[in-house]
Design a binder for this molecule. Structure first.
Ligand SMILES: [Zn+2]
Length: 404
């Protein structure tokens, strides 16, 4: 796996560099309780100094010099943690149409409703029109639109496997052979996408699931890995999970509500291959109307999350927002907390994705790290739902959300 994510890391470094202002700008967060990382002890009455988009000093009040010209954000009574990652979003809603030329204000407004007011400073878009999302990311990096750092994955479906819930006018590649998968993976990455998302299984409504041949999946994975890019997969059922394993896909983009549990063999392979999991638990409360069925889906997916985490697997927070309009992250963190500790949920939002996607300057609040920060109204270790009570979101030293 060494070197796999080098290109992603370079993209992140590049975006951070372009978003740093040329004039000196110092922001200080003062008086909050800091969790410098998901496993750090609380530091009360903390001072965090940000210069030019980077954390330049962290310490206890009185021990850190506060520059006289700094913009001070009073964090007393609040909790400060590293900026959050949402590793499964989609910029597909109508508001993003023509995002390269559309007025900035409505884009910033919707970014706030969907992402920044929930603390997200980095997101993985697992499928959207790059003609909208690539210019959108540029405008965010340039400071025109207040939003998170965006990484994108290009989608590949199996032949005849355009999922029923993806609008038919959305044209995405369906591949029948490994050669076609190779071509499409290359084309997506050449277009500027940062990774690939495979539908190893596609949901076809009343008709049977269409699964992707493992040799086709492997061809796309080989292209991505050769370029140091990650591959995500949507597995619809057990066969789709087996294809993830057989083709060395890096990230499961969902748990699998149709299956009660992962098998011991699957868990062993996840561990051996370093597979990561995005649970998207709250999503499964929205797919059927019968509450008994919903309870069963949630029980199955919470069980899978627990098995996966207890097995030592990397859990990445993700909600599928953009596809779902449930932007509020409260239910997701609460459902995750059925399987994970508060610190483990915090890690899935911060250090886990930073490590997994090789962003060495993200995921912690330490000197020299990117100034991606979230100020919370309450302590997330006292109540996991406080992870959704965001007061301020800061990306690269700029406030991109401030609670009114
Ligand atoms: Zn999705």
């Amino acid at each position: 796996m060494t070197g796999i994510w080098l290109r992603v890391a370079l993209v992140l470094i590049g975006l951070a560099a372009t978003s740093a202002p040329s004039d000196a700008e110092t922001v200080v967060l003062r008086g909050g309780t800091l969790y410098a990382s998901a496993d750090a002890a609380a530091l009360p009455d903390a001072v965090i100094v940000i210069s030019d988009g980077v954390i330049s000093a962290v310490g206890k009040s009185g021990e850190v010099a506060v520059p006289s010209d700094a913009q001070v954000i009073d964090c007393s009574g609040k909790t400060v943690v590293a900026g959050f990652w949402n590793s499964h979003v989609h910029f597909t809603e109508h508001v993003w149409h023509n995002a390269g030329a559309a007025p900035a204000a409505p884009l910033t407004q919707h970014m706030q409703e969907m992402l920044t007011r929930w603390g997200f400073t980095t997101v993985w878009d697992l499928g959207s029109d790059p003609n909208n999302t690539l210019p959108l990311r540029k405008r965010i990096a340039a400071g025109e639109v207040a939003g998170p750092t965006i990484l994108l994955a290009g989608n590949i479906f199996p032949k005849g496997g355009h999922p029923v819930y993806v609008p038919s006018e959305v044209q995405l590649p369906e591949v029948a052979t490994p050669e076609e998968a190779t071509k499409w993976a290359r084309d997506w990455l050449a277009m500027g996408e940062d990774g690939i998302k495979l539908f190893t299984g596609a949901f076809m409504g009343d008709k049977p699931v269409i699964n992707m041949d493992p040799a086709i999946a492997k061809a796309a994975v080989d292209v991505a890995h050769a370029q140091g890019r990650p591959v995500f997969a949507h597995p619809q059922n057990k066969v789709g999970v087996e294809t993830v394993i057989a083709s060395d896909v890096d990230v499961l983009a969902h748990t699998t509500p149709s299956e009660r549990a992962y098998t011991d063999d699957q868990l062993a392979r996840f561990k051996a291959q370093g597979t990561a999991l995005i649970p998207t638990l709250a999503l499964f409360t929205t797919v059927v109307l019968d509450p008994n069925v919903t309870n069963r889906l949630i029980a199955a997916t919470v069980n899978q999350l627990k098995q996966f985490s207890d097995n030592g697997g990397t859990v990445l927070f993700g909600t599928d927002v953009g596809f779902t309009t449930q932007y509020d992250t409260t239910q997701e963190v609460q459902l995750m907390h059925r399987a994970l500790s508060e610190r483990q949920v915090l890690a899935s939002l911060t250090i886990n994705p930073a490590r997994f996607f090789k962003a060495p300057k993200k995921g912690k609040v330490e000197q020299g790290f990117d100034a991606d920060l979230v100020v919370l109204d309450g302590d997330p270790l006292a109540d996991v739902a406080n992870l959704a009570k965001v007061s301020t979101t800061i990306r690269a030293g700029h406030v991109i959300y401030q609670k009114p």
